[in-house]
Design a protein around this ligand. Structure first.
Ligand SMILES: NC(=O)c1ccc[n+]([C@@H]2O[C@H](COP(=O)([O-])OP(=O)(O)OC[C@H]3O[C@@H](n4cnc5c(N)ncnc54)[C@H](OP(=O)(O)O)[C@@H]3O)[C@@H](O)[C@H]2O)c1
Length: 324
């Protein structure tokens, strides 16, 4: 079968498509679900994995692909799945192959209303958004959420999950084109990153927002903290801007605000059943149409590397997906 492989840590340009042996359902930790993959999400961890810069350092060669969607070929008894089911699934890596063996706790039912491409945009980003907003951010109905990198994968997921919780969203983007993507994903307001603090002040009648979702980091941090209202929470999710900011803790004291770390993968993977519980929390939002991942570009398997370069060069609109 074909798989998208990393054979050297020379980045996206060195990614290849190879023929590898199909997996069997007998995994080291018990019987696995076999999924025939249709679509794979293109994600930041893939980019970092291809350069050897991710916290996870698999032995070479390895298969890329964190989120994927397809149909079940076979499933262990009692797993809740059977042959032919449409599913989305998540792995640390290894989803970008025609057939994937995965533990049942990392496989989720995909509602008929969502395509395989949308399914491949779901698990990591939407479960991260749920964990960030509902668990770490303690988001309440009627609150306002500021979303940085709002036209990206985690950003669009955050806009939709926040909406599902009855929150108002303000999307921060770098271009008008990305603003359109955020608007289509359901943002209530869109502001350009340049000068966002003043616009947020206007949009909240000087009160500030309740939650900031920050995937960018870098020099946005100080203005993000200043954009929070009293008892606000800034959620640290990623550093796509390239630098890890420092926080002057006097700012936390002055306005009674929190900075909270969000590390979804490590938390969820260490707790069997946690991701399935999260999926159940957001499933009604998928069924009602509040969650409908905006898929941007689709690529062939051979172009997985090009998709990652587009992401690294900030050209990605919505979620990019590779078709197998
Ligand atoms: N903590 C967790 O549990 C967790 C889970 C999943 C992902 N993440 C992290 O979240 C981050 C976002 O992932 P994603 O999949 O949403 O990525 P993405 O789709 O590429 O979106 C990232 C956004 O960041 C913005 N950005 C600002 N400066 C950038 C730069 N120099 N280069 C690239 N983008 C830049 C871009 O928006 P503008 O151009 O509009 O500014 C872009 O849309 C990554 O760092 C990822 O590792 C964390």
């Amino acid at each position: 079968m074909r798989a998208v492989r990393v054979t050297t840590l020379d980045g996206p340009g060195a990614i290849t498509v190879e023929d590898v042996e199909e997996p069997t359902a007998d995994g080291a930790f018990g019987p696995q679900v076999l999924v025939e993959t249709q679509a794979v999400g293109v994600s930041f961890p893939d980019l970092l994995l291809s350069r050897g810069e991710y916290q996870l350092k698999p032995e070479l060669p390895f298969t890329l692909g964190v989120d994927f969607a397809g149909t079940v070929r076979s499933a262990p008894e009692g797993s809740g799945f059977s042959a032919g089911d449409r599913v989305a699934a998540v792995l640390g890596h290894g989803g970008a192959a025609e057939v994937v063996a995965v533990g049942a706790e990392s496989v989720f039912p995909l509602p008929d209303a969502l395509s395989f491409e949308q399914g491949a945009a779901l698990p990591m980003n939407y479960l991260t958004a749920h964990f960030a907003l509902a668990v770490r951010g303690d988001l309440q109905e009627g609150e306002t959420v500021l979303v940085h990198g709002a036209a990206g994968g985690v950003g669009t997921a955050t806009l939709q999950v926040a909406r599902g919780y009855g929150a108002r969203t303000i999307a921060v983007v770098s271009t008008e084109e990305k603003g359109e993507v955020a608007r289509r994903a359901g943002a209530d307001e869109v502001v350009l990153v340049e000068g966002f603090r003043d616009r947020v002040k206007e949009l909240t009648d000087g009160q500030g927002v309740d939650v900031v979702m920050d995937v960018v980091g870098g020099d946005l941090m100080t203005d993000s903290l200043r954009s929070l209202g009293a008892l606000g929470r800034l959620l640290v999710v990623g550093f796509t801007g390239g630098t890890i900011p420092q926080v002057k803790v006097n700012r936390l004291l002055l306005n009674n605000v929190d900075v909270r770390g969000v590390g979804w993968g490590a938390y969820a993977m260490a707790r069997p059943g946690y991701m399935r519980w999260q999926w159940e929390q957001i499933l009604p939002m998928m069924e009602s149409g509040v969650i409908a991942p905006p898929v941007g570009a689709t690529y062939a398997a051979e172009d997985f590397g090009r998709a990652l370069v587009d992401m690294a060069e900030r050209r990605t609109l919505g979620k990019s997906v590779v078709l197998l």
